[in-house]
Ligand binder design. Sequence first.
Ligand code: HEC
Ligand SMILES: [Cu+2]
Length: 382
Amino acid sequence: MPVTNLIPTLLMQSSATPGAAQPVTPKTFWLPEGASTFSRQNDWVFDFINYINYFFFFLVVGIMLYFVWKYRQKGREVYARGPSHNTVLELGWTILPTIIVVIIFFMGFRGFTQMKVAPANAYQIDVVASRWNWVFKYPNGATSDDLYIPAGKPVNLVMRSEDVLHSLFIRDFRVKQDVVPGRYTSLWFQADNPTEGEKFHWLFCTEFCGKDHSNMNRKVFVLNESDFASWVIEQGRWLDKIPAEELYFKAGPKIFARCASCHTLDGKASTGPSWGNYDGSGNIWKRSNDPNTAHKVDGKPLSELIGVGKQYENAKSYLRNSILNPNEHLVDPFGPAMPTFRGQLNDKAIDAVIGMMEHLDEFDTKAPFAKKTDGAAAPAPK
Ligand code: HEC
Ligand SMILES: [Cu+2]
């Protein structure tokens, strides 16, 4: 092969696998690979401040060590008098740091204003944080547990919390924003490179929010525009494509994954009552259908709530209400810790989880809570 042909070949090999997106900024000792349009400027300011720190650290420590050596005690005599004043030095160490700090302020302020205001054409995704879960909602009503975003387009997350303070952090994008109960906060970014194959970016909760705070890690997938468009449509329809009689075991475990931080299937109480048999009253379906058990709600046996002519005609309507208005009745001895799933689970999804309760014996009590006889439950299409 002639040497001139070799050069392009070498160049191509150096640029990783063909088609694989290059990081916007490289991984360094301090920062992971940058993957959003903010990375370049953000990393630059970070490095700038960091190098100033290195410079002054070694300067100050170096001079200090030199003085320790130079002015060490040599004989028995002691010099008590040193210079008391040096105008040039004093002006120097006041003015120079002031200039540096003002430069840093303006660099930070410029970045801050850019990151604060989302472009008007940004694609909006609603984010609901709760203990201990993230739900991402897309304009067509689709929801997902991991975050999917279109490449090359500004994305604006409009975020709220169901309970306590959370904070959404995507370190590869160099963005972080608190999610505060009682108000909306927003966060925007743009990632130009689709994530290839199994690759993704991590999303973390960075505000300690209780027992399962460390389980609020999710994946961020960046899809090219047409893949993203078809993903959103599919995601909005995944439940509709499951035949009614398969709903409880194909969709049930997938939806239960959102309940599993507080409910178990094995009878052990967690933040909420187990769906298995935990107080000798049978599993959640059996105890709701035989209201005369030890299972008490609001201090009363369920028979006072469920039955013909009572508040709930049957167990199904009681369970449905427990999902949509969880704090209307409280199962003894639990507190009002369950967030409402109104607007997050549609009728079909609620049918699927209640169907799962109805056939609870058929399911594995461990994640991913698959139907035992049927092999693995089908995951939602990604
Ligand atoms: C953050 C914790 C938490 C999550 C997540 C959670 N729950 Fe609960 N749940 C509770 C608590 C606490 C109770 C008991 C107090 C009450 O009745 O509200 C409860 C009670 C219930 C009850 C009444 C149980 C009974 O024995 O009568 C049902 C039904 C229920 N949850 C369904 C669900 C479903 C379905 C999901 C997921 C889609 C879910 N929960 C997610 C905490 C949670
Ligand atoms: Cu959190």
